[in-house]
Design a binder for this molecule. Structure first.
Ligand code: ADP
Length: 537
């Protein structure tokens, strides 16, 4: 027997319509390139978004056409984020930090017909625009409009808002697109549906307990995995939205967090490392008491960082794990309700794990052949399934082997799953050190090393070894004015690791190369060090 419920489509137009009807007075604030602040209301935002949709139709765009964006986090980017899917088009975020060759590939492969680009980013954008086939390039922000580009404000000024009407788009229609950032080979397109976004926004809102009283500042770029769904879930909930624009240095961020009384913010660990150092160096200089949660993900936040924020600054990290392919949130640790009754030290250790799957994200892990038990010890590759997880890459056969025959997505992350369902990422499959037939987690070693007082950053990579086939090599950046010997580092690690896990060799460097989204670029380290093995020290 079928249920007797309405066949209601879960779509982005319903999210915008809700904001239109309920949250007209709420505010959206953006930090502009000249360091001034732009402020307007949701009513202004919705009105301009409708004009953008009318204008894009006027430029000849049809249902399903891709609208590329090459922008910082700010209100116009939000207009495009919501406008493209509400208009029946597909937002395609391009990553500012990728090489122009990659963006040429991604915009071309994605079939982008239009590109919206920040005028301040023009010098970067013009390195790939002529190599793509955009019909129109729209320049956003203050300043001169480059030749051949359309000025965003003029485009909106000429658009007739009354020509806009909400459409009831089928929930499985494409709404947005994002390419994985390429740490795992050639970029591959993930094509989100309206339904995936709507369900994901709901589950993240519920998991973090977000309400209209929250004030959200996503530091995570809108071009990185949907900014972890923040633009959609914020608009759905009617929170005050604060955007940092291009100002991502710790001082600007801390000033913005304090000034706007932000309650919830989100970013990768490298951003928070910088913020922690600034807070430590300037005791009492910033009032961060409004912040109730800082979501940190994209790579694992070291336990020492989680503890330092909490103990020294009263700031609570919620640790998230996810992937572009997963909309992107998969698991959360330290979310409301997860740490009841735990002593602080116990809570920090648990928060350093990747956490429990959010609703509608099912998990299992597979060893060489069989599924592994949830015993917190046996390692296996994490597989996931759910309504906000990709079922294929966009127009690419490459990577088809990431899906199992029974419809699960193979994450490429090697994990243990604890008895209570907490996921602990041990490594990426390709980063794992396979020493004498056993696996060594580079992530665990890195996070422990980053707890040493002299260490600012540490990456561990596999280097070839005649006897063991691979051994771990520690690559370490010291804090200013600090040093430690390899012996001291090994002694520091020894209490928490089996002896055979400890790196025999260390390299001390000024900087660890990072990917476009701020993760350690281990491929570069492997190229640098695997060929010329370090001195045994
Ligand atoms: P890319 O593969 O292009 O870097 P993503 O940005 O989607 O793409 O990264 C997803 C991967 O990032 C995950 O598979 C995982 O390896 C890593 N990751 C994300 N969050 C965490 C976390 N909290 N802890 C450890 N690893 C993480």
């Amino acid at each position: 027997m079928d249920g007797l419920m309405m066949d209601y489509q879960l779509n982005v137009p319903a999210i915008l319509r809700r904001a239109d009807e309920l949250y007209g007075d709420k505010e959206i604030a953006s930090h502009l390139p000249d360091k001034s602040w732009h402020r307007y209301t949701y009513a202004d935002f919705v009105s301009r978004t409708k004009k953008l949709i009318v204008a894009l139709r006027g430029l000849g765009l049809e249902d399903g056409d891709r609208v590329g964006t090459f922008m910082w986090n700010h209100s116009q980017h939000l207009e495009a984020y919501m406008g493209a899917p509400v208009g029946g088009f597909v937002t395609h975020t391009l990553n500012l930090r990728l090489h122009p060759d990659d963006n040429t590939y991604i915009a071309t492969h994605g079939g982008d017909r239009v590109l919206l680009v920040d005028k301040v980013l023009w010098p970067l954008a013009e390195q790939f625009i002529p190599r793509c086939s955009f019909d129109h390039v729209i320049a956003v922000g203050a300043g001169d409009t480059p030749e051949d580009a359309i000025d965003y404000e003029e485009l909106l000024a000429d658009a007739d808002e009354s020509a806009f009407a909400y459409r009831d788009l089928a929930e499985n229609t494409a709404a947005a697109m994002c390419y994985t950032s390429g740490t795992t080979g050639r970029p591959k397109g993930v094509l989100y549906s309206h339904r995936a976004i709507a369900l994901h926004a709901l589950t993240v809102i519920a998991s973090l307990g977000i309400t209209a009283d929250d004030i959200c500042l996503p530091v995570v770029p809108m071009f990185h995995a949907n900014a972890w769904c923040f633009p959609f879930l914020s608009t759905m909930t009617g929170v005050k939205q604060v955007f940092p624009g291009p100002h991502l240095d710790p001082v600007s961020l801390l000033e913005a967090l304090q000034q706007e009384k932000v309650t919830l913010t989100a970013g990768v660990p490298t951003i928070w490392m910088g913020i922690l150092q600034t807070l430590d160096a300037n005791p009492g200089a910033y009032d961060t008491s409004s912040i109730r949660m800082m979501t940190v993900g994209g790579s694992a936040p070291p336990r020492a960082m989680i503890e330092a924020f909490s103990e020294r600054h009263g700031l609570h990290i919620v640790h998230g794990w996810g992937m572009t392919e997963m909309s992107p949130v998969g698991t959360l640790s330290g979310a409301p309700g997860q740490e009841a009754g735990l002593e602080p030290q116990e809570a920090y250790s648990r928060r350093a794990l990747q956490g429990l799957p959010i609703p509608f994200c099912e998990i299992r892990a597979r060893g060489a052949t069989d599924l592994v038990p949830w015993d917190g010890e046996t390692m296996g590759e994490l597989e996931v399934r759910g309504p906000s997880i990709a079922s294929a890459y966009y127009e690419s056969d490459e990577g088809a082997d990431r899906w199992t025959d029974d419809g699960w997505f193979k994450t490429g992350d090697i994990v243990t799953i604890h008895r209570d369902g907490f996921v602990e990422v041990q490594d990426r499959e390709k980063d794992l050190v396979k020493s004498g037939g056993e696996w060594i987690s580079t992530v665990a070693l890195e996070n422990a090393l980053m707890g040493h007082p002299a260490v600012a950053e540490a990456a561990v990579i596999a280097v070839p070894d005649e006897k063991w086939s691979e051994r771990p090599l520690g690559v370490v950046v010291f804090r200013e004015g600090e040093v430690a010997s390899p012996d001291e580092l090994r002694e520091f690690l020894a209490p928490n690791f089996a002896k055979w896990w400890l790196p025999e060799k260390f390299e001390f460097v000024d900087e660890i190369p990072k990917t476009a989204v701020g993760k350690f670029r281990k491929t570069a380290l492997r190229e640098q060090f695997a060929k010329q093995p370090a001195e045994t020290t």
